[in-house]
Every structure is written in C-alpha cells, then in structure tokens.
Design a protein around this ligand. Structure first.
Ligand SMILES: Nc1ncnc2c1ncn2[C@@H]1O[C@H](COP(=O)(O)OP(=O)(O)O)[C@@H](O)[C@H]1O
Ligand SMILES: [Mg+2]
Length: 255
C-alpha cells in the first residue's frame, strides 16, 4: 500500500531522515519507535508531502506520488493526524467530522449558500459518513453532543474519526496516545487495532513501547534518521542493535 525508497532529508547539513526504506501492507498496523530527534515526524511529513525529500521516493499502491503536494496526497488517500489537530468548540461531534469532509465534497460555495437540493443531499451523505466513523471509533452515541467538554481520550478518537471520514488508504498517526491515561490509551489502541480490518495501512508513532509491542503487527525503529531495526514485536525486543543502542532494553530506554 505504502512504499518508501531511499528517502533522505537534511536540515542544515544534518540528516533528519537518512536512506529510509519501508513497505507497509494493506491492513497492517505498523509501529514506529525511536528516541526524540530520531526523524519520526520528519518521515511522516515527507510521506504526507509537507516536506520535500533531498532524495528518494514515496509510492502509494505502487505509484510514485513524489510530485504531488499535500492536498493531492490527501485526495489520493494519505491521512495524517497530528497531536494538536484542532477540535472545534461549539460544534457537535458530527459537525466536527463534517467540517473536514466538507472540503472534499464536490459542491461549490454557491451551492452551499443557496442550499440547493444537490447540496442538501451531499450534506445528508456527509452526516451519514460522520455517524459511521464516529461509531467506528467508539463515539457512536455522542454524535449530537458538543465537542466542548470531551475528555482527552475522546478528543483523540474524534480526530481519528475526522481522518477516517476521508476513507484513507494510509493513516499516519504522530503520537496519538500521548497524554492519555492508561485506560484511555488501551481503548484508543484497541480502536487502531480494529481499523486494520478496514484494510487501512496504519503508521503509528508511539512513545509507549509496551503498548506498541503488544498491538503492532510490525515495528520500525528509527535512530538518527536511519532504520535501526524492523520486524515483529518479538523480533524487535530481541534485536541486538536495539538492545545495544538502548541500554537496559527497549522497555526502559526507547522512550
Ligand atoms: N524544520 C526543521 N528545521 C530544522 N531541523 C529540523 C526540522 N525538523 C526536524 N529537524 C531536526 O531533524 C531531526 C529529527 O526531528 P524529528 O523528525 O522531529 O524527530 P522525532 O519526531 O523522531 O522526535 C532533529 O534533529 C530535529 O532537530
Ligand atoms: Mg516527533
């Protein structure tokens, strides 16, 4: 589904991402680990198109997408969820999901202003999609509730629902569970696990090594911009390079 070949990006002569090679299958939950500054966020920005690489290539379903900007990549099926994505207060959860989906709907400004029949039909379809994705992330009963007082764990689920409304093929999540309490983290992670059955390829940057190694199908470990290790959770735990680089083993040190 997603292929990254020899991807490199430097800032001021220093490699943030160096010769990264990565293949993520449809329906795979891929954990991405690495200490601060390892290049995780930069890799995501290169995949989503917010940054251009110095060299290398990104492929979606086998096709190079290097010439597409971020908006075109989003249309092509790459969604990225940031920790600090805005939630709109004073709007319901359904409206929060629809705001994102609106920019992709085909109607123009005049159709919306005049509330033409076609606009109203699209509006109904968007609402139905919003309800379906809210259901999928465990917020099904709360579509009409205002987003204002949503606990942090549910805010993250709402951000996830918003990304899912675009029916992405690839979902990039930059530390979506940070700041959540243990129970919330478990619930959020279980939702991610469930999404695999949708066939989405998920790349999940996560600091909680225990959580990743218990849920991911495969894990990529980045260090100083390069892939230090790649494999199943048990392979990663036993990987000599990972253990050597992070004294005391990944549990303690991979932060
Ligand atoms: N826009 C930028 N300008 C300069 N240096 C950057 C920029 N973005 C990232 N870096 C540097 O690239 C390296 C990787 O950063 P980043 O991708 O944010 O790592 P991570 O997400 O793994 O913590 C760091 O050394 C960081 O300082
Ligand atoms: Mg980061």
């Amino acid at each position: 589904m997603l292929g990254v070949e020899g991807l490199s990006r430097r800032f001021g002569g220093i490699y943030a991402v160096r010769e990264v090679r990565l293949q993520v299958e449809q329906g795979e939950l891929r954990g991405v680990l690495g200490p601060n500054g390892a290049g995780k966020s930069t890799l995501f920005h290169l995949i989503a198109g917010q940054l251009s690489p110095d060299s290398g290539s990104v492929r979606l379903r086998g096709e190079a997408i290097d010439r597409l900007g971020p908006a075109r990549r989003a249309e092509a099926g790459i969604a990225i969820v940031y920790q600090n994505d805005r939630i709109f207060r004073g709007m319901t959860l359904r409206e929060n999901v629809m705001v994102g989906a609106h920019s992709r709907a085909s109607h123009g400004f005049f159709a919306a202003a005049l509330r033409t029949p076609r606009f109203r039909k699209e509006e109904r379809e968007l609402a139905a999609t919003a309800d379906a994705v809210l259901d999928e992330v465990g917020l099904g009963g709360q579509a009409d509730q205002l987003a204002d007082s949503l606990p942090l764990g549910q805010q993250r689920s709402l951000q996830l629902a918003r990304a899912l409304a675009a029916a992405p093929s690839v979902l990039l999540l930059d530390e979506p569970a940070s700041g959540l309490r243990t129970g919330e983290r478990q619930r959020f992670a279980a939702t991610l696990q469930k999404l695999r059955s949708r066939g989405v390829a998920i790349l999940w940057i996560e600091h909680d090594v225990r959580l990743v190694t218990s849920l991911a199908d495969r894990i990529t470990v980045l260090d100083l911009g390069s892939v230090l290790a790649e494999g199943t959770p048990s392979e990663i735990r036993a990987h000599p390079g990972v253990i050597a680089a992070y004294l005391g083993g990944p549990e303690e040190a991979l932060d």
